[in-house]
Design a protein around this ligand. Structure first.
Ligand code: UTP
Length: 310
């Protein structure tokens, strides 16, 4: 898409009345219906979201992040042939018991927490019509409430999990939140980029946004802040997505839907604290695995030794 700059909403035009001041973010949508062509031939048989980062599938880490942010309902948008995702999150006392017997209580405890504290829904995206369309497929499961969107391709690592950072910012000031990171000029054209409002820096890591530009060249990029895979969105974004027309490659883009909703919703960029690993490519996944293995007491020494021996 080209630049979509929406007028900033006035106080009267903001429909924030649908969310009470005490509202919180209880639901997270994880779009996982993509074809995963960059992981072919593996994705002929295995959803890319189940490819392990060390010993847990990539999607396991983002569900942990959701849990740490107080999420109670996880909506995983899947597609035909990706039933293994539902299988993975279906509680299995036998598997937990086996893990405990083999001395792996930490993973057993994580699975127990998923079973006890989370409810899962699995709407289907019948056709891969883009990320925005995948989020729209979650509309009935989410209902009329603010919700998070977590892309399982982006592994974000920080002492305070990133979605929890964003929920904290959101609770002070409701609206759409987009996680952003600083991107060097030679890579900016791969991102959706935020156009900040004049004097847009509000406080801490939060900025007011007046427009979004999808994949701009470095020359026309309105800032160096690129959108990454964490969002908190107001329910009006669903109405906007239903009106969003497919973009250049025939896909309904999430950024286009958010840009449409900006007429009625204040939108903020949140410059998160932490590191990001792009697990959407085999090489990125290897990078993420190395980082995670080097950060774990049970694997760090061995991996460091192997790297030294190379
Ligand atoms: P990607 O753009 O990485 O697409 O999607 P992909 O199909 O997963 O992978 P490649 O590009 O073919 O290798 C980003 C996220 O959006 C989801 C994907 O599952 C991934 O989590 N997605 C994308 C959908 O759920 N539906 C879509 O139509 C497109």
């Amino acid at each position: 898409m080209g630049e979509v700059t929406s007028p900033l909403p006035t106080q009267n035009s903001c429909k924030i009345g649908v969310v009470s001041p005490t509202a919180t973010v209880r639901t997270a949508v994880i779009p996982a219906a993509g074809l995963g062509t960059r992981f072919l031939p593996l994705t002929k048989a295995i959803p890319k979201e189940l490819v392990p980062v060390v010993d847990r599938p990539a999607i396991h880490y983002v569900v942990q992040e959701a849990l740490a942010a107080g999420i109670e309902h996880v909506v995983i948008v899947t597609s035909a042939g990706k039933g293994a995702l539902e299988e993975y999150f279906t509680p299995s006392p036998q598997v937990e018991e086996m893990l405990r017997r083999r001395g792996n209580s930490a993973v057993a405890d994580e699975l127990r927490q998923f079973a006890e504290r989370l409810t899962f829904s699995y709407p289907i995206q019948a056709e891969q019509r883009g990320l925005g369309h995948a989020v729209l497929c979650a509309r009935d499961a989410v209902g009329r409430q603010p919700f998070a969107v977590i892309l399982p391709d982006d592994l974000l690592v920080d002492e305070q999990p990133v979605l929890a950072q964003m929920v904290q910012a959101w609770s002070k000031r409701h609206g759409n939140y987009l996680a952003v990171e600083e991107v060097p000029a030679d890579r900016i054209s791969a991102y959706g980029v935020v156009d900040l409002a004049t004097e847009g820096h509000l406080d801490g890591r939060t900025y007011r946004v007046k427009g979004l530009v999808e994949k701009p060249s470095a020359e026309v990029a309105p800032s160096n802040l690129g959108i990454v895979g964490r969002y908190i969105l107001m329910p009006e974004v669903f109405d906007a997505l239903a009106r969003t027309r497919p973009g250049a490659i025939g896909e309904i883009q999430l950024t286009d839907g958010i840009a449409l909703s900006m007429e009625h919703q204040p939108t903020y960029a949140y410059r998160f604290s932490g590191a990001r690993y792009d697990c959407g490519t085999p090489l990125g996944l290897l990078h993420a695995s190395l980082h995670m293995a080097l950060g774990r007491a049970d694997t760090a020494a061995q991996v460091r030794q192997w790297l030294k021996d190379l």
